[in-house]
Design a protein around this ligand. Structure first.
Ligand code: FAD
Length: 561
């Protein structure tokens, strides 16, 4: 317990000779008693965000010595992996959200529904703005101080400043976005079913364009296709022939972060399904009626009419974080940098988790160089196979992103590179290996921006905070890797449990640890069970499972509310 119960107060009062114990702070929740009965002011931990990383941090945090205040414009946690299923009614939006207030009550934390608009790291303050409600249009602004700040605000969709995207395209990031898409898809069908429209007009209205061939864009296209084939064909038989889905991707392939076998399968399946897949095409502008794309090879620009555009090309930094980065000398960087303990570089007592931050790559490369110089045979500049394996093992243990990268097909590439550079593979030239690593630099750069990373980071940080006092008393933690100094905690290590790419038609591609790839109906069942088990409460689990059953029996709901 962080504060004395009535019986403890009575006991203390008796032992103190009947003298009444009075708290100097007006709120006893903000104070705690040490083992020897001394009062100390609790440290105020302000957590920004109630998404994957913030919710995971709060769920695992069990330290009564912290006064925890959560600030987020969203008073619920959103299970984003099922968001594409909300866009066509396979799953209801309410089934994948968990109200944050329940967790707050259970843990004794406080919650404020507001958005942080400025972080003042020098004075340890944040400036917040309340959300405007439906009846209350006025927003309220206020300051909040902190001892420790945990930034878990996620990211915003990245438009790459493409003209017209903000105004005309739909995004798929929040529950509201998915609901808007659902309504718009149905509205398109209702509009296309109006009398006296020309064929061209119907074709335009029913042309759905998805921009971005990453997991979200692909999953949304697949969901939309399923909806058209399984439900729309029955509900709107007269206009079904005019529908078209176009998936645009600037790179050479869709799902390029997945194994090549998955990419190839997905591309073939989409072609078979009649999804118009256009790779090597970059969107250069979106107007209210047309989307313009540039063919990368030829530079040719083509404009096409559309009914709805869904933009899913990755994530960018939120303005509040951008401003904060300028303040702390990280203005030149693209993403907020932390060290391996998730502490924001360049300021004190601020941590950052999830999509909003990245572990500093410079440090990774420096450390890799240090491992090499430790193992370096200065005279020969070469390592034998055993030494090479040890170096790689060492790097992989410290840097999960490198581990992930090397484990996935790339180790083969590096081995080939070395072979071609050295002529043989019995001895490894250190310089060549370093070059090979820098060639794969972009892929190694960041941990993927996924819920898996975010929730593991939240759990890691909460566990550090739970042990903080014990470790402060006994600071000799594990040897810190970079030579001098020790750190109280092991650095954050990411464990990859695999990824899924639902491809529609009850087929999913799964890439699991150990280079194991499975595609098809069996993986779809694995997907159902993994996602059902990962939902954060029994309430959401039962709602989602009943939504799936409802869809199997009755089909999707096509009302536009
Ligand atoms: P978020 O979960 O986005 O949470 C950010 C929180 O911060 C929110 O509560 C938000 O309201 C709050 N916030 C925003 N601005 C402020 C502010 N100024 N002040 C205070 N609070 C603020 N990942 C997977 O691993 N597997 C998947 O299958 C998968 N599917 C996805 C499908 C979709 C459609 C999307 C959009 C993402 C998917 N992801 C998936 C990625 C995953 O959702 C993100 O990586 C994850 O949400 C990142 O967690 P986070 O805590 O950093 O941010």
């Amino acid at each position: 317990k962080s504060y004395p119960s009535a019986s403890k107060l009575l006991l203390l009062s008796t032992f103190s000779g009947g003298g009444l114990l009075v708290y100097s702070d007006s709120n006893p929740l903000k104070r705690t008693l040490t083992a020897d009965g001394q009062q100390i002011k609790k440290k105020k931990v302000v957590v920004l965000g109630s998404g994957w990383s913030g919710y995971s941090f709060l769920s695992y945090l069990n330290n009564p010595n912290y006064d925890v205040q959560v600030v987020s414009p969203r008073n619920f946690f959103l299970f984003t992996p099922l968001l594409p299923s909300v866009t066509n009614g396979t799953v209801e939006a309410r089934s994948i959200v968990e109200p944050i207030r329940g967790l707050m009550r259970k843990k004794g934390f406080e919650y404020t529904e507001a958005e942080c608009v400025k972080i003042d790291a020098t004075n340890k303050k944040i400036h917040c703005r309340s959300k405007d409600g439906s009846s209350v249009k006025e927003t309220k602004e206020f300051d909040m101080d902190y001892d420790i700040l945990v930034i878990a605000v996620g990211a915003k969709p990245n438009t790459f400043n493409t003209p017209g995207v903000e105004e005309n395209a739909y995004f798929l990031k929040e529950a509201e976005d998915a609901l808007k898409i659902r309504q718009t898809v149905i509205n398109c069908f209702e509009r296309a079913s109006l009398p006296e429209l020309t064929e061209e007009e119907r074709k335009k209205i029913l042309h759905f364009v998805v921009v971005g061939g990453g997991p979200t864009g692909v999953e949304f296209s697949a969901e939309l296709h399923d909806f058209l084939v399984e439900d729309v064909a029955k509900i709107y038989p007269k206009v079904q022939e005019f529908t078209r889905i176009t998936l645009l991707e600037a790179g050479n392939h869709i799902l390029n972060m997945f194994d090549k076998r998955i990419t190839a399968f997905a591309e073939e399946k989409f072609q078979r399904d009649g999804i118009d897949l256009k790779t090597k095409n970059m969107v250069v502008g979106v107007t209210a009626d047309e989307i313009s794309t540039k063919e990368i090879a030829t530079g040719k620009i083509v404009s096409e009419p559309y009914g709805m555009v869904v933009w899913s090309t990755g994530i960018g930094i939120r303005p509040v974080i951008k401003e904060f980065m300028h303040q702390i000398g990280q203005g030149q960087r693209r993403v907020l940098a932390t060290d391996e303990w998730l502490r924001v570089e360049g300021c004190d007592s601020v941590y950052a988790l999830g999509d909003t931050a990245t572990i500093n790559q410079r440090r990774v490369m420096e450390d890799i160089a240090a491992i090499f110089s430790k193992a370096d045979k200065a005279e020969t500049g070469k390592l034998n196979k055993k030494e090479f394996k040890n170096v790689v093992k060492d790097i992989c243990q410290r840097y999960p992103q490198v581990d992930l990268y090397l484990k996935k097909k790339k180790l083969r590439n590096i081995a080939n590179l070395l072979k071609s550079a050295n002529g043989d593979d019995t001895e490894v030239n250190i310089e060549t290996f370093k070059q090979a690593l820098s060639e794969v630099d972009t892929q190694m750069k960041n941990l993927p921006a996924t819920a898996q990373v975010a929730s593991q980071q939240g759990k890691y940080l909460a566990k550090c905070f739970n042990k903080m006092e014990k470790c402060e008393k006994k600071p000799e933690g594990p040897l810190r890797f970079r030579g001098e100094g020790r750190h109280r905690f092991q650095p954050f290590r990411y464990r990859h449990f695999g990824s899924f790419a639902p491809l529609g038609g009850e087929q999913t591609a799964a890439e699991l640890p150990g280079d194991w790839v499975s595609i098809g109906h069996s993986s779809q069942w694995l997907w159902y069970s993994v996602y059902a088990s990962k939902l954060v409460s029994w309430r959401t689990k039962s709602l989602v499972v009943s939504d799936w059953v409802r869809r199997f029996i009755f089909g999707r709901d096509s009302s536009s509310i």
